[in-house]
Design a protein around this ligand. Sequence first.
Ligand code: FES
Ligand code: FES
Length: 161
Amino acid sequence: MESYKQEIDITLRVNGVEYRDQVPAHMTLLQFLKEKLFLTGTKEGCGRGECGACTVIMDGRTVNSCLVLAVEADRSKIRTIEGEAKRGRLTALQKAFIDYGGTQCGFCTPGMIMSGQNLLERNQKPSRDEIVEAIAGNLCRCTGYELIIQAIEAAASKKGK
Ligand code: FES
Ligand code: FES
């Protein structure tokens, strides 16, 4: 009989870097990012798929990393907020969040940026409704959403030029 294995081998790419590790079967992708890779930019709010603070991009689509097991992310490509700015240069979307006041306490911001960025990479000129839909799973207690929507619109208008 095969002996019970407590930890499972996984290999995944995070922000372009390959990681191999052994993880418990119950470890979430969010825990893996924060506790194993020390990528603490992704936030944990509710821990049960309701707030979107933990949003990352997994193989081109946004996921709540608190609902994905690390073993489910085996062989996948993950993008987190830490991978967005390159060599200290903010992305157009990150700049727009600052310019338009789309970030206040900042807790929702990493998840909002990942949802907004994923939208802009799929759709260079999203409508307001498409922006609202793209961030529908991301809760913000501070901004009232309008400033975030304006920031995404501003970043889209720069991309579309
Ligand atoms: S912490 Fe994952 S959805 Fe709230
Ligand atoms: S800026 Fe505070 S929760 Fe969104």
